[in-house]
Design a protein around this ligand. Sequence first.
Ligand SMILES: [Zn+2]
Ligand SMILES: [Zn+2]
Length: 183
Amino acid sequence: MNLVHLLPVGKLDGALLRELRDAIPRRLHVACEVLPYELDPTPSYHAERQQYHSSEILQRMQALVRAHYWRLLAVADVDLYIPILKYVFGEAQMGGPCAVVSLHRLRQEFYGLDRDDALLGQRVLKESVHELGHTLNLRHCQDYRCVMASSHSVEWIDLRESTLCDSCRSQVESKAALAGKRA
Ligand SMILES: [Zn+2]
Ligand SMILES: [Zn+2]
């Protein structure tokens, strides 16, 4: 079965990572494991923006990809950006194998609201499935409930389901990428 490796970026909440590891296989036909080491985000920090360049994190992940890895999904807790945008929730390599998501702007506390671990867990799951969808060559979907809908704020993420719509699913399955067969 296709295997997604989760890569912690810096120190992360172990319970949250384990929850994500257990949840992803319920949305995509994949197995999921947490890697026993972490990626240091520091080299991707840009003081002029006080943020971390997500494309640079993806580049550095490339060196960690092993032949038996199907997808490598980094989970960060720092604020990510790409130069043309104020921030990103995540970024992926179209067609794979690497993607990164950040918890930073998924936390209610970021917006001055009370901490909500259940909501955070749902949001990071949706973002993870979304970025993994891009690694499977899926583009943004017009159906706002589809996990592949674009989102410019957490409110949009909350509107989405954590699953692919029928159209996105059939695109992926026609390539047999998620058919659960041996790659
Ligand atoms: Zn996207
Ligand atoms: Zn869709």
